[in-house]
Design a protein around this ligand. Structure first.
Ligand SMILES: NC(=O)c1ccc[n+]([C@@H]2O[C@H](COP(=O)([O-])OP(=O)(O)OC[C@H]3O[C@@H](n4cnc5c(N)ncnc54)[C@H](OP(=O)(O)O)[C@@H]3O)[C@@H](O)[C@H]2O)c1
Length: 334
């Protein structure tokens, strides 16, 4: 390839602007493995980067896209050879390093995961960082003894990527799930029921309370919102329940007290999908490709777009107008 298409984010004075442009391999940040990108996908972080709403890139210009799947074109690391099918999520790709919203990517060998048997290149991006993160929340909560008999798992931001996969994963493990959503349309209700939600709670009318502890209602929670919603969850999770703290779609603050932790034994578990021991990353992907693989994956990733359509789709994601996940088809399977 001489030049290829990439969606790059630039800093222009104090603002961040993305544009589709032709670049060369030598423009990319260093790495041992060059990948012909088949698919990428949209995560909340990608939407912030592409719309310029937040400074996600830690240097600029950078190619956006924290996830990609594709085929190895060349590798300076003997673990990989041309033709190998691989996926990449997190590992600073699409932030400090150039990312996956391009026809080619060059990444450190450490970031590359061989495509597990049981997942196609497009299914890997149907899951992407969102699915991987939901898997990590499940893993951490199970390790900390979360069990179905503790009561329902509350999932916030449930129509989003992480939330959708989380509902499916916890249901498959025998939990009941309550979806605490800001969307109240018949379409969103149908979508959440399809994923397996047993209860749908309207976040707009949810009584948050203000006491250090309110009546305990949830066995545990996967929280994508932070802010007042996460504070509410700390006050309403039952004794010994876990809260996987994933996101900040509502805010990064957390105004609570130590009471739920010292009087109910509630655990707040940090979920961080970007960097972790490599063995964990490989193990979680193996589970997502086998016994954890969501039966509803095709309905979760219900939209496939082109690179050209990414900026508009990112604006819709930020405006919370999307149900489920969006795959970006770049080279596709050919
Ligand atoms: N810790 C990690 O490693 C990690 C990894 C992936 C994602 N994240 C974070 O997790 C969160 C979810 O990511 P995602 O990719 O699933 O995003 P997403 O697909 O955009 O979903 C976010 C969901 O949150 C709700 N929401 C959106 N804006 C909101 C607002 N202003 N106030 C309250 N609720 C709002 C909406 O759900 P409803 O309408 O159903 O309520 C929306 O569907 C983001 O904050 C993201 O940055 C963290």
């Amino acid at each position: 390839m001489s030049t290829f298409k990439a969606l790059r984010v630039h800093q222009v004075e104090k603002s961040f602007q993305s544009r589709l442009e032709q670049i060369q391999l030598s423009d990319l940040t260093p790495g041992e493995v060059v990948i012909r990108v088949a698919y990428s996908c949209l995560n909340y972080k990608d939407a912030l980067a592409v719309t310029g709403k937040s400074r996600i890139m830690r240097a600029m210009p950078r190619v956006a896209g924290i996830d990609l799947s594709g085929v190895v074109e060349s590798s300076a690391d003997p673990q990989y050879k041309p033709g190998d099918k691989v996926l990449v999520t997190g590992c600073n790709v699409g932030e400090l390093l150039d990312g996956g919203l391009a026809e080619y990517a060059r990444v450190p060998a450490e970031a590359v995961v061989p495509l597990p048997a049981g997942l196609s290149l497009s299914e890997a991006m149907a899951l992407g960082t969102a699915g991987f993160t939901a898997g990590m929340a499940l893993r951490r909560m199970l390790e900390n003894h979360q069990a179905p008999e503790h009561g329902p798992i509350a999932v916030t931001g449930p129509t989003g990527g992480v939330g959708s996969v989380a509902i499916s994963l916890f249901k498959k493990q025998g939990f009941t799930v309550a979806a605490i959503t800001g969307k109240t349309t018949p379409e969103s209700e149908k979508y959440l029921r399809m994923l397996g939600a047993d209860e749908i709670v309207d976040r707009n009318t949810l009584e948050l309370g203000s006491k250090p502890m309110e009546a305990a209602r949830w066995g545990g929670a996967v929280d994508n919102l932070g802010g007042d919603t996460l504070a509410y969850l700390t006050r309403t999770v039952k004794p010994w329940g876990n809260i996987g703290s994933v996101g900040l779609a509502q805010g990064f603050g957390l105004n609570t007290t130590v009471m739920p932790f010292i009087l109910r034994g509630v655990s707040l578990l940090g979920i961080h999908s970007v960097e972790m021991p490599r063995a964990w990353r490989l193990q979680i992907w193996e589970r997502l490709a086998s016994d954890w693989k969501p039966a509803q994956l095709a309905q979760i990733a219900n939209r496939t777009i082109s690179l050209e359509e990414v900026p508009a789709a990112c604006a819709e994601l930020i405006a919370s107008q999307v149900l489920g996940r969006t795959i970006v088809r770049i080279g596709g399977d050919s």
